[in-house]
Design a protein around this ligand. Sequence first.
Ligand SMILES: NC(=O)c1ccc[n+]([C@@H]2O[C@H](COP(=O)([O-])OP(=O)(O)OC[C@H]3O[C@@H](n4cnc5c(N)ncnc54)[C@H](OP(=O)(O)O)[C@@H]3O)[C@@H](O)[C@H]2O)c1
Length: 324
Amino acid sequence: MYAVQVTSQDPKDPLAGLTITQDAPERAGNIPDNWVRVAVQNASLNHHDLWSLRGLGLPADRLPMTLGTDAAGVTDAGDAVIVHTVINAPGWVGDQTLDPQRTLLSEKYPGTLADYVWVPPQNLVARPKELEAPAAGCLSTAYLTAYRMLFKVGQLRPGQAVLIQGASGGVATAATILGRAAGLSVFVTSRSEAKREKAIELGAHDAFETGARLPQQVDAVVETVGEATWKHSLRSVKPGGKIVVAGATTGQSPDPELNRVFFRSLSILGTTMGTRTELEELVDFLVTTGVRPVIDSIWNKDEAPQALSYLASGDAFGKVVLGF
Ligand SMILES: NC(=O)c1ccc[n+]([C@@H]2O[C@H](COP(=O)([O-])OP(=O)(O)OC[C@H]3O[C@@H](n4cnc5c(N)ncnc54)[C@H](OP(=O)(O)O)[C@@H]3O)[C@@H](O)[C@H]2O)c1
């Protein structure tokens, strides 16, 4: 079958190790017997795919590995589904993101950028007919992460204010759309004026240059940028507020400024991905509100190298999606 694979890794030239094959085995040898086959309809790309190509989070002894962590598709039984990409160790009970042995599709088992992906039956979420497959194929990673950051870990309620750092990122655009639809006051930062304007089109109430002082302090910060925005995050949150962290694109060792953390009673909360139940809630949220992921572009599966290169360029605003 067709698959987009990592066959070698290079931190400086990630796309050099990308291989498109028509001959990937439909079912890799390590897939457990009870897993279910899903014919992929749409799968969006994530920076996770580029990290795998760079050699981060994917050990070289697992190559070749099929990329992809998001997908909407159809099971052999004809059910339209969305794939929950967090794979747990056998027997794990409870919040799937807390399993120390969890992996994402494409880390231990083949990912979603292929004609077919195999997943545990409990990792399937029904796709309602109101939610089109390209939109549904954007949810499992960035949107699920943003949903959990805002509403589960951040515990934000309508009328509260949130700062979203790095407006153009996948998680950040998702948080902007979801936060606005949920009745939050949404502030964003970006280094680029064009991206700030786009964030306002998406629903942000106001957009600021990275590091600029906000007109008010916020209840919580959505932080995925890391070192470059950490100091600003600490200064932008109210006493007693929360900084919810799900990434550190620009570096993971900022000055923690512990005096500010304890003196202002700040909570710094880490989170990664989301649970299957949260993915179901996110689907319900989209159906109820009518909001949809912003899609930058949809590419044919054969254009996967160009689509990944476009994602790597940083020019995309919204999700880059493949159609199968
Ligand atoms: N934990 C999880 O579950 C999870 C899920 C998905 C992603 N992530 C992580 O979250 C992070 C964000 O990923 P992403 O795909 O959403 O976005 P991303 O493309 O990695 O970047 C996020 C934003 O960072 C800003 N940025 C980059 N360099 C900067 C700099 N030097 N100074 C200031 N801002 C800078 C950019 O904003 P502007 O260009 O607008 O300034 C960019 O849009 C990644 O580290 C990723 O691994 C985590």
